[in-house]
Design a protein around this ligand. Structure first.
Ligand code: SF4
Length: 210
């Protein structure tokens, strides 16, 4: 880190394995250049544990987040939106404001059609174009307590106008695609579209050029 001060690091971790013995190493890092991306799917331990496939993961994550918080680490909490956790999003937002208000960003992410998600797509994909209310409520709760919220991988037309500024174009050019519905869309310049491997039957009931 000392040799290349221009570099920034984004570390993805499940937050399960931090120990007090790691504190010295953590404090030696230039914490201004490291962001820790940590997945948290629900404030309900049962739902979180089911999604990650590990009993006790939620509880372990609490101590991992507390460790990062005490060390002054920058935390980007990541919640992938899915059918099992969608309606619990406002509860998760309230949980964040009371239990981990020290996070830098809450990233709510649309599901990527890859790996486990692809195999279970019909059970997991949540159509936020017709069910955005739960996302909006969660955003309002978090932002009212000064938690920064970002929407990743949301097609822009599926996000109501007042929330679009929270949905940057996050899919890189080389893996980005658009659908037939996107022809002549006036938002296309600001919209990240879809991952190239997203099904052509895209699953959004309300998608289309604006
Ligand atoms: S119609 Fe296509 S390009 Fe336009 S906002 Fe929707 S997803 Fe993006």
């Amino acid at each position: 880190m000392l040799a290349r001060e221009d570099l920034r690091f984004h570390v993805l971790t499940n937050g399960q394995h931090f120990e007090s013995a790691d504190r010295e190493v953590m404090l030696a890092l230039d914490r201004s250049r490291v962001v820790w991306g940590v997945p948290l799917y629900s404030a309900d331990p049962t739902i979180h544990d089911e999604i990650v496939g590990k009993a006790g993961a939620f509880e372990k994550l609490q101590s991992g987040l507390a460790f990062l918080g005490r060390a002054g680490a920058q935390i980007e909490l990541r919640t992938v939106l899915m059918q099992p956790n969608a309606q619990g999003l406002p509860r998760l937002a309230r949980y964040l404001t009371t239990s981990v208000p020290f996070i830098q960003t809450w990233a709510i992410m649309q599901l990527e059609n890859i790996g486990y998600a692809r195999q279970n797509w019909s059970r997991l994909f949540f159509d936020s174009s017709t069910g955005f209310e739960t996302v909006a409520q969660a955003i309002d709760i978090a932002r009212s307590r000064s938690i920064d919220v970002q929407l990743f991988n949301f097609p822009l037309c599926t996000v109501p106008g007042p929330y679009r500024h929270l949905a940057p174009s996050t899919i890189s050019d080389w893996k980005r695609a658009y659908m037939d519905d996107c022809k002549n869309c006036s938002l296309r310049g600001d919209c990240g579209g879809f991952f190239e491997w997203h099904p052509r039957e895209h699953g959004y009931a309300s998608l289309g050029g604006v």
